[in-house]
Each structure stands twice: as structure tokens, then as C-alpha cells.
Design a protein around this ligand. Structure first.
Ligand SMILES: Cc1cc2nc3c(=O)[nH]c(=O)nc-3n(C[C@H](O)[C@H](O)[C@H](O)COP(=O)(O)O)c2cc1C
Length: 231
């Protein structure tokens, strides 16, 4: 048995990958080659989970399949169909988290040229979620609907591992709670069993650097605000 090795080159590469990952909200139409797709999803399988149960259930839609589900979700949201969700959502966060939520929206809308009182602009920005920001691929990520927070933790670890694997391959991604809305449409479209709940989606592909939303950068809180080291 050998301990995990430390290698300076690995550390530098890892830091670069973690820091380079950010939410991409505008993609080129070019598809990710199928072999690269498989490599990324194979790598994400290495994510840890409690008792190694590996609870994530994933559907990856590409090309025409991606556009077809986008059209169905867009039709649902624009026709005013009541939004549904398999899981409880926190719509408004308290205190400092609300401030961070607002700051993030201000930064994103600022780059998109949407003023705070521009309701039509904000709605257009919201609808971009359902166009998957023009991404050629979308992954819907779910788990057995009987599971709650303790298992969703595993799925979150999977999602970040997946997005880091994408970053390492030069592929942009955006995690989206928005596209877990209308889960019954997603299940019906992909023949996903009724007992699988949809937690989130991830739109992904090659970044279109000309899209203004992609200039958005959001900061992180200083370490001391959230982490305590105790001896
Ligand atoms: C679980 C989850 C759900 C998210 N849902 C959305 C979403 O519906 N739409 C969106 O534009 N961004 C969404 N985001 C992206 C966050 O806004 C983004 O991660 C955060 O602002 C930090 O920015 P960064 O990813 O660029 O570092 C989501 C992120 C996570 C982790």
C-alpha cells in the first residue's frame, strides 16, 4: 500500500482546473466528440459516495435530442404551465447569502446589459436556462426520489467531479437548478422511471467567448467567514 503521492505538477494543474471552472452561459454549436464525452463521464464515475452506493442517475442528451427537450421545457415555461419540482427549493436565502445571491445576479445581468428594473430582460435571461444557453449537450442528473439530503450530497460531489473533468478537457459547463423544473416532462421525454427524481441539469460544450454573459466572474467569501480551524 502506498499513500497518495504529492506531486507539484499535479497540484498546479489541479489548482488551475478548480480556478478555471466557472459557469458558462453561452456555447458554440460544435459538439464534444463522443470519445471525449465517454472519457469525461467515465472520470466522473470516480466521485465518492456514502458506502459507495453511487446514487446518481444521468441522462446525457446531445444534438437533436438536446434541442428537442429544450423546446419542450421552453414551451412549458412560456405557456405559463405551473412549475413543479421533485425537491423542496430555497427561493430566497437569508442574510449574507441573500446579498451574495443579489451580487451574483447584478454581475450577470450587468454583463448582459439588463437593468435591475428591466423585467422583460430578466425574463429573457431566465428563459436562456431552458435554451441551455445554446449548448449542444445537456446532462440531467437525478437519484431515487425516496432519497433526501444525505444522498443528494453524493450527487453534488458527482456533479462537481463531472464539471472539473469537463474543465480539464477545455469544456465549459453550467449547473442549473432551473432545468430540474418540470421533472415530469424530462422523465416522459427520456423514459426515465417515475421513481427517479431530477435534481439538476448541466448544460455543457465549448464556450462562446463572444457571449457577454461569459464575462461574468463571481467572487468567493474570505476563508475566515466560513471555515474555522480549531486545535
Ligand atoms: C446546484 C446549482 C444550481 C445552479 N443553478 C443555476 C441555474 O439554474 N441557472 C444559472 O444560470 N446558474 C445556476 N448555477 C450557477 C451558479 O449561479 C454559479 O455556480 C455561482 O454563481 C458561482 O459562479 P461560478 O460557477 O461561475 O463560479 C447553479 C449552480 C449550482 C451549483
Amino acid at each position: 500500500m502506498t499513500a497518495i503521492e504529492t506531486c507539484t505538477a499535479d497540484l498546479a494543474a489541479f489548482e488551475r482546473i478548480v480556478r478555471n471552472r466557472r459557469s458558462v452561459r453561452g456555447f458554440l454549436p460544435d459538439p464534444v466528440p463522443p470519445a471525449v464525452l465517454r472519457e469525461i463521464f467515465e472520470l466522473a464515475q470516480q466521485a465518492p459516495s456514502n458506502c459507495n452506493v453511487q446514487p446518481w442517475q444521468v441522462v446525457v442528451a446531445s444534438g437533436a435530442a438536446c434541442r428537442a427537450i429544450s423546446e419542450k421545457l421552453l414551451a412549458a415555461i412560456t405557456s405559463g404551465q405551473p412549475v413543479t419540482s421533485d425537491y423542496q427549493r430555497v427561493e430566497e436565502f437569508p442574510g449574507i447569502m441573500r446579498q451574495r445571491q443579489i451580487d451574483t445576479a447584478v454581475r450577470l445581468y450587468g454583463h448582459m446589459g439588463i437593468a435591475r428594473d428591466d423585467r422583460a430582460g430578466r425574463r429573457r435571461a431566465m428563459l436562456r436556462n431552458y435554451e441551455f444557453f445554446d449548448a449542444p449537450h445537456v446532462a440531467f442528473i437525478g437519484m431515487d426520489r425516496r432519497f433526501h439530503e444525505t444522498v443528494a450530497v453524493d450527487v453534488g460531489m458527482y456533479a462537481q467531479t463531472l464539471m472539473l473533468a469537463m474543465t480539464a478537457h477545455g469544456i465549459g459547463s453550467c449547473a442549473q437548478a432551473a432545468i430540474s423544473r418540470f421533472p415530469e416532462i424530462i422523465r416522459a421525454h427520456f423514459e426515465i422511471p417515475d421513481d427517479v427524481g431530477i435534481l439538476m441539469g448541466i448544460s455543457f460544450g465549448y464556450e462562446d467567448v463572444a457571449v457577454p454573459a461569459n464575462r461574468t466572474r463571481v467572487p468567493r467569501a474570505p476563508l475566515g467567514e466560513q471555515v474555522r480551524f480549531v486545535e
